[in-house]
Design a protein around this ligand. Structure first.
Ligand code: TEU
Ligand code: CA
Length: 559
C-alpha cells in the first residue's frame, strides 16, 4: 500500500451550529471554532472535519446548499473562514470541508433557473421527468419519507428527484457539464483555499438508474421502495463518476478524502480505498448498517456487544490489507455511541473510555465526534418540540402512523434521533454550558454540571484526559507505525462481551482488550509484555504470563 500523508492522523468532527457561539445568538459560529483551535491541538487532533457552513436555508441543517462558495451568515463570513484556516494551519491542523454534491438546495440559483426553463442548461443539472398517468415517475421512497419525486415548481406534469428532503433536489451526475461545475468548485476549496480535503456526503446516491424503473415495494407497506435499493444496484455507476472526480481533484493535488459510503463488500472495497480506491478512506458504518436495517426507527434492534464486535471485525478484515477505514462510534447523524453500542451498565465514563480505546486503536484514520471525548451519552428529550431534525419529525410521524403511543414514540426517538449529535458542546458548568451567553438553539445535556470540558480538564481520571493520553499513545513515535499499518488480527471473545485484537506491526505487536461484560477476562502475555495504557482495573502478571482485564475496563499491551 502506498504511504500517504494522512496515514497515522487522528481526525475530529465539528457540527458547527453546536460547537461554540461567540456572538450570543444561540448558534455556533466560525469565530467559536477558531477560539477552540488550542483545545483541539491539545487533544492531539490532526484533521478537522467541519459539517456544512455554506449558505443554506437549513431544511436539512446545512446539507441543503444554496451557494457552494459562500459562508452562511449564521456562521460568519468568508473572512472568518480565512481566520479559522490560518489558526488551524498555525496549529498544524488540516481542515476538511463537507462535500455535499448528490444534491443542492432548491434555493440554489441553478434550481431556480431550472424551474424557469426545465429544458435549458440548468434544467439538465437536475433529474426532471414527466409524470406517469398523473403520478410520480416511479415508487422510490426518500430517506426522510415520502416519494423521491415532487412537482417542479410552476410545472404541473414535471417532477424533480430528491433522495432526501424535497428542498434538496438531486443533481444530475450523468451531465458532464454539471460534473465540471462540481470539480471546479472542489478545486477552488482544495487549491485556492488550501483545505486538506473533503468529507464526501451521501455519495452512493449518485449511483442512479436514469430509466427510474418501478421497484418491488419493501416491507414498510406504503407501496414504495427505499431509494437506497437503487444505489445498492448501481454502485459501479457511482464508482465511475468518483474515479473521474478523484482524477480531477484529490489525486492531482494530493488531498485527503473520506467517503460516507454504505454497502461495502470484499468485492468492491478495492474500488473505494487503497492504492486504486476513489477515496483516501471510508467511514466504517458496519455497525450503523447492522442497526438501521429498517426504514422506520421503531424497527431498529439494539446490537449486543457480540454483534457489534462481529460487524466491526468484519469491516476490519474486509479492509485490512486493501486500504484505510475511518473508524467511528458516532457522528451528527447518529445517537451517541456510548448509549447505542454499550450495555446499560457501561453507558458511563468507564464504558466511554473503553469504547474510545477501540475507536482509536482499530486500523484506519479514526474520527472523534465533538463531545465524544467527554464521554457524551444521549440527551433526554421530553417531547417532539425539543427535536429539530427533519428526519426526527418524519420518524415521529412514522411511529404515530404505526399506532405507537406518545411515550413509546418518544422513547424510540430518544434512542435513535440524529438530534443527539446536534446538542451544544459542553465547555463548563455555567448556565449555557459555556457554549453561549443565551439559550442555545438545541437542548443542553442533562449531565452538563459534570460532563464538560472545564470539569474534566481538572480531573486526572476524566474521559477527556483519557482521550488525550490515548491519542498521544496512538501517535507515539515508538508505536505509530504499528497503530497505522499494523495488521488487524481478531482475538477470541471469552465472555461474549469482549472486543480484543492484535495490531501486528514490523517493529512490535500491540494487543487491545476492551471488556464490556460483567466479569473479568484474562489474556496470555509474555514476561517482557508491557502495559502501555489502561482504563478501569487491569492487572499484568508477567510471571504467570497473563493480563486480567476487569469488567468495564480496557488495556493496551505491548506484547
Ligand atoms: O447522510 C447520508 C445518509 O445516508 C443519511 O440518510 C443517513 O443514513 C441518515 O441520516 C442516518 O439516519 C448525509 C448527511 O450526513 C446527513 O446529515 C444528511 O441529512 C444527508 O446526507 C443529506 O445530505
Ligand atoms: Ca453565533
Amino acid at each position: 500500500m502506498q504511504k500517504k500523508w494522512w496515514h497515522g492522523k487522528v481526525a475530529y468532527q465539528i457540527y458547527p451550529k453546536s460547537f461554540k457561539d461567540t456572538n450570543g445568538d444561540g448558534f455556533g459560529d466560525l469565530p467559536g471554532i477558531t477560539e477552540k483551535i488550542p483545545y483541539l491541538k491539545d487533544l492531539g487532533i490532526d484533521l478537522l472535519w467541519i459539517s456544512p457552513i455554506y449558505k443554506s436555508p437549513f431544511a436539512d441543517q446545512g446539507y441543503d446548499i444554496a451557494d457552494y462558495q459562500d459562508i452562511d451568515p449564521i456562521f460568519g463570513s468568508m473572512e472568518d473562514f480565512k481566520k479559522l484556516k490560518a489558526a488551524a494551519d498555525e496549529a498544524g491542523i488540516g481542515i476538511l470541508m463537507d462535500l455535499v454534491v448528490n444534491h443542492c438546495s432548491d434555493e440554489h440559483e441553478w434550481f431556480k433557473k431550472a424551474c424557469e426553463d426545465p429544458n435549458g442548461k440548468y434544467g439538465k443539472y437536475f433529474i426532471i421527468r414527466e409524470g406517469k398517468d398523473g403520478k410520480e415517475p416511479n415508487n422510490l421512497r426518500a430517506c426522510f419519507g415520502g416519494s423521491v419525486w415532487d412537482k417542479l415548481p410552476g410545472h404541473d406534469n414535471l417532477y424533480y428527484c430528491h433522495f432526501f428532503h424535497k428542498k434538496q433536489p438531486d443533481l444530475n451526475w450523468f451531465n458532464p457539464e454539471l460534473r465540471e461545475e462540481i470539480y471546479k468548485m472542489m478545486n477552488w476549496w482544495l487549491v485556492d483555499m488550501g483545505i486538506a480535503g473533503f468529507r464526501v456526503d451521501a455519495i452512493m446516491c449518485i449511483g442512479k438508474d436514469p430509466s427510474f424503473p418501478m421497484y418491488e415495494p419493501d416491507n414498510v407497506g406504503d407501496g414504495m421502495c427505499s431509494c437506497g435499493v437503487m444505489n445498492a444496484q448501481n454502485v459501479d455507476v457511482a464508482v465511475n463518476f468518483l474515479r473521474e472526480m478523484n482524477s480531477r481533484t484529490f489525486t492531482p493535488n494530493d488531498k485527503y478524502s473520506v467517503g460516507e459510503v454504505f454497502g461495502i463488500t470484499k468485492e468492491n472495497v478495492k474500488d473505494f480505498i487503497g492504492d486504486n480506491g476513489v477515496f483516501g478512506s471510508i467511514f466504517d458504518f458496519s455497525a450503523r448498517e447492522a442497526l438501521t436495517k429498517h426504514y422506520c426507527f421503531y424497527g431498529f434492534e439494539k446490537l449486543s456487544v457480540k454483534q457489534y464486535r462481529e460487524v466491526i471485525f468484519g469491516a476490519q478484515e474486509t479492509a485490512n490489507t486493501t486500504g484505510f477505514l475511518a473508524p467511528v462510534i458516532e457522528n451528527h447523524d447518529e445517537p451517541r455511541g456510548v448509549t447505542t453500542w454499550l450495555p446499560l451498565m457501561w453507558q458511563n465514563a468507564q464504558g466511554a473510555k473503553a469504547l474510545g480505546t477501540v475507536n482509536l486503536t482499530l486500523k484506519g484514520v479514526p474520527f472523534v465526534f465533538q463531545g465524544q471525548e467527554l464521554g457524551m451519552t444521549n440527551t433526554k428529550f421530553d417531547n417532539i418540540d425539543e427535536l429539530d431534525d427533519c428526519q426526527s419529525k418524519d420518524q415521529y410521524k412514522n411511529c404515530k402512523d404505526h399506532g405507537l403511543s406518545e411515550a413509546v414514540t418518544m422513547q424510540v426517538l430518544n434512542d435513535q434521533a440524529r438530534d443527539h449529535g446536534r446538542v451544544p458542546m459542553l465547555w463548563d458548568d455555567s448556565e449555557y454550558a459555556g457554549f453561549s451567553t443565551t439559550t442555545p438553539w438545541m437542548k443542553l445535556h442533562q449531565d452538563r454540571a459534570v460532563l464538560n470540558v472545564a470539569a474534566e480538564e481538572k480531573d486526572p481520571n476524566s474521559v477527556l484526559n483519557y482521550y488525550k493520553t490515548l491519542i498521544a499513545l496512538r501517535k507515539d513515535p515508538k508505536y505509530i507505525k504499528t497503530f497505522t499499518y499494523g495488521n488487524f488480527v481478531a482475538l477470541e471473545d471469552p465472555n461474549d462481551h469482549t472486543i480484543a485484537y492484535l495490531r501486528q506491526g514490523h517493529e512490535n505487536t500491540i494487543m487491545v482488550i476492551a471488556n464490556f461484560g460483567d466479569k473479568a477476562v484474562t489474556f496470555p502475555i509474555n514476561d517482557e509484555s508491557e502495559l502501555l495504557l489502561s482504563s478501569g482495573t487491569v492487572k499484568m502478571d508477567n510471571t504467570l504470563d497473563k493480563v486480567t482485564v476487569a469488567e468495564g475496563s480496557s488495556a493496551i499491551v505491548l506484547l
